[in-house]
Design a protein around this ligand. Structure first.
Ligand code: ATP
Ligand code: MG
Length: 401
């Protein structure tokens, strides 16, 4: 590996005033988590920059992890050099020679935050450009569209050499906006909703309802696999798995068939809200998209939402399915979501759910039965898993081999 470090540029964080340190701390935490299996990597940060010192770890692999971390505007593999002109020139030539392939063009882009340095940016460009031209026969300058853009950044503490600026995932560092519970099904939409929420800095915990034996272990594993993808993005992911069989059976006994879907969703929301309270969240996220299915009409949302005043975040509400699928493909959840294992809602889905349920009616139907003890029991028996990005065992792998 030519490079000894990765230089990370902050995104929107850099516009934060007094909260800046808090944001930088969260970003540091995200970077540390995604790089937890690179034990030699050391993270350093200051007000303007973060550095990952590679200490022998593979820079390209570290870079591919960093691409997914929110709060990073861009980053570059870099070399730190002492602020000594001769040493800088030697290092620049060494780096350049290792990147250069015959026939390629180049330019130098100098930046100087240390105004006391002996050369200004123009002089750096000339000095280093000349040095490379003199030492590499046939090398040509192209300032508009160079194959290699060697960046020389002179800062107060040292000089950094790099040749490529890689775009980061932008957004805000995970956790900088507080915590919310994501209602995570095995479908296409909810993982995307989770991803978009994480991108705006939310610390997201998943809540999944499952109904054994009507839903299988494979359906459960599917949600764990989706969580793993979200863990790759957030560094770690907590998944709460709620046993829902008894409640679904009671709903089907108590509520007329065309209202079971509405009541089911109301109970899911209530349980998610209890878990939210228990784990210190301030909002609930769903993958709902307006008009997509019976439960996602405005009338349905109105009847379902009535059980809580907790803010419900619906990142996909105005998005088209094809756009949602595009994001799912990008974050590599689509393939998992498309696996055919049944979800608790599909197993119990009535043949004709009300698309325009009336709130008074659903309240009336629910009034004949006390769901409270069942809600409490479900919350108490909820299983909580901590999912790490590197965790093995997955359905896709199962299917392949
Ligand atoms: P998805 O693709 O996310 O499953 P969907 O288009 O299938 O969404 P619904 O089945 O109506 O739509 O679900 C709407 C939302 O309700 C989901 O996006 C998810 O947030 C939540 N939800 C549905 N089923 C479950 C479940 N078994 N556990 C947790 N949340 C669920
Ligand atoms: Mg679904």
């Amino acid at each position: 590996m030519i490079y000894d470090r990765i230089l990370i540029r902050y995104g929107e964080i850099s516009t934060k005033g007094r909260n800046r340190n808090k944001f930088i701390d969260k970003l540091r935490k995200s970077v540390r988590l995604t790089l937890s299996d690179f034990p030699n990597a050391v993270i350093e940060s200051d007000r303007d920059r973060m550095y990952v010192l590679l200490n022998g770890e593979d820079g390209n692999e570290v870079a591919s992890r960093l691409k997914k971390v929110f709060g990073i505007q861009s980053f570059s593999l870099a070399i730190k050099v002492e602020k000594d002109l001769e040493k800088m020139k030697a290092a620049a030539l060494n780096l350049f020679s290792r990147l250069y392939r015959e026939g390629q063009t180049f330019k130098i882009t100098a930046k100087r935050s240390d105004k006391k340095f002996e050369l200004d940016t123009n002089e750096i460009n000339h000095e280093f450009g000349g040095h490379l031209l003199k030492n590499i026969p046939g090398l040509m300058v192209d300032v508009r569209n160079p194959d290699i853009n060697l960046q020389i950044e002179v800062r107060s503490e040292a000089v950094y050499l790099s040749a490529e600026t890689i775009p980061g995932a932008a957004g805000l560092p995970v956790g900088s906006s507080g915590k919310a519970m994501l209602m995570l099904s095995g479908g296409i939409d909810s993982p995307v909703a989770g991803y978009l929420s994480m991108k705006r800095g939310l610390d997201v915990e998943g809540v999944h309802f499952f109904s054994p034996p009507f839903t299988s272990d494979r359906a459960r594993q599917k949600v764990i696999d989706l969580s793993k993808k979200l863990a790759e993005i957030g560094g770690q992911f907590t998944l709460h798995i709620v046993p829902f069989t008894e409640i679904q059976q009671s709903i089907h006994k108590q509520v007329p068939a065309n209202y079971t879907m509405t009541t089911t969703r109301r109970l899911m929301l209530q349980i998610t809200d209890r878990l939210r309270e228990k784990h210190g969240g301030l909002a609930i996220i769903t993958g709902e998209s307006l008009g997509q299915v019976a439960s996602q009409t405005l009338e349905s949302m109105y009847a379902i939402n009535e059980v809580t005043s907790t803010p419900i975040i619906r990142p996909l509400i105005t998005m088209d399915k094809t756009d949602i699928m595009g994001i799912a493909r990008e974050i590599e959840t689509l393939e998992i979501s498309n696996l055919p294992y049944e979800d608790c809602c599909t197993v119990f889905v009535p043949s004709s759910p009300k698309t325009k349920p009336k709130l008074e009616k659903v309240q009336h139907f629910e009034s004949f039965f006390d769901f409270e003890p069942l809600i409490e029991k479900a919350v108490n028996n909820t299983e909580t898993l901590t999912i790490n990005p590197g965790m093995e065992q997955s359905l896709l792998e199962d299917d392949l081999f």
